[in-house]
Design a protein around this ligand. Structure first.
Ligand code: ZN
Ligand code: ZN
Length: 338
């Protein structure tokens, strides 16, 4: 294990980890029902019994069948519970890549993708993410839990079968840390949450894509990717783990409508999805949580790679018009009012 390395001068982290096996045909997905032995045993399998959702796990070689969502340790983890003791000081800072890395398979259907998941499947996957978040934040050595997903090979996905990743870190990752620092600076100076201000500024404006009862989706003012969009709770909320079932159902509708809209209006691009959540430990600084979606529609240039200055071929206002129309059509179809 190479450990987690930190850059000489910047806050950049780097982990060396083997990629998972590449699956090109969903029929061969190791995540599919009947192939449970090809993955690690499940630590959580969501099963429907008599109309109730039960939380079970594989034990003593007994595999839980007929699952709706299945969570297991990644077979090619970026962090592990047994990473060795590789510590190093600057300029070659390193620490053991200690942590938990789970795969959450969001549907038993190997042909399902994040774009085609049903509302119920999205909602069940989110309930399972909440369950794991609560459990992981009780564990030693867990400072941050990253929840993320990739759709399509260009976005780094090795298996098209719909799944999310949950990975823990012993440090708050740099992008989230920068958001938390700026969040608290604004709170201290102006007494307002910058994400609440952002929601107020973007809801109903030229960059809004879709609004539900509790969430708003919009293209950000200064995007890092073409057609990038964010999904934000309308009301101030710092704990994803504490979101109610009603919030989760609402979020499922939002995710499914916007991702479906993105796919239909932009030629099914690959995309990545990052949950920017608070570190849910006692006495840690908090963040009004949100989800950021980065479509992969154009190659990055030296300006982006070398300077962190992003160039987008489409303005966020034009992107919102296209995404908004498609996402609204998608939502109308999903709730059956088309
Ligand atoms: Zn807020
Ligand atoms: Zn963010």
């Amino acid at each position: 294990m190479a450990g987690i390395r930190k850059d000489y001068v910047g806050g950049r982290f780097s982990i060396v980890a083997k990629p998972g096996p590449r699956v090109t045909d969903p029929k061969n997905s190791p995540f599919a029902p009947g192939r449970e032995s090809k993955t690690n045993p499940s630590v959580l399998s969501l099963v429907s019994r008599d109309g109730m959702l039960q939380r079970l796990e594989d034990a003593d070689g007994q595999v839980v069948k007929n699952w709706l969502v299945r969570v297991f340790e990644s077979s090619t983890p970026a962090v592990t519970l047994d990473p060795g003791t590789l510590y190093g000081d600057m300029p070659h800072y390193s620490e053991p890549a200690y942590g938990y890395h789970y795969v959450v398979v969001a549907s038993p259907n190997p042909a399902s993708t994040l774009t085609t998941l049903t509302l119920e499947e999205w909602s069940n996957a989110m309930v399972v993410v909440q369950d794991r978040l609560r459990w992981l934040y009780t564990k030693r050595g867990v400072t941050y839990v990253a929840v993320y997903a990739n759709q399509g090979e260009e976005a780094g996905s090795r298996n098209p079968h719909s799944h999310l990743n949950i990975m823990t870190l012993s440090t708050i990752p740099p992008v989230v840390d920068a958001e938390i620092v700026s969040h608290h600076r604004t709170l201290d100076r102006l007494g307002v949450c910058p994400i609440c201000s952002m929601v107020e500024a973007e809801a109903g404006g030229p960059r809004e894509i879709l609004k539900t009862e509790g969430f708003v989706a919009f293209t950000p003012w200064a995007p890092s990717h073409q057609h990038e969009f964010w999904i934000c709770p309308m009301r101030h909320a710092t704990s994803f783990a504490m979101a109610t079932q009603k919030d989760i159902n609402d979020l499922a509708l939002m995710l499914r409508s916007t991702l479906g809209g993105l796919s239909k209006s932009c030629g099914s691009p690959a995309y990545s999805l990052a949950f920017h959540l608070s570190p849910e430990k006692r006495n840690t600084k908090q963040l009004h949580w949100h989800i950021e979606v980065y479509p992969v529609t154009q190659a990055q240039s030296a300006l982006e790679r070398g300077y962190g200055v992003f160039v987008s071929g489409t303005s966020p206002e034009d992107a919102a018009a296209v995404l908004g129309a498609a996402a609204r059509r998608e939502m109308a179809r999903l709730v059956g009012i088309e």
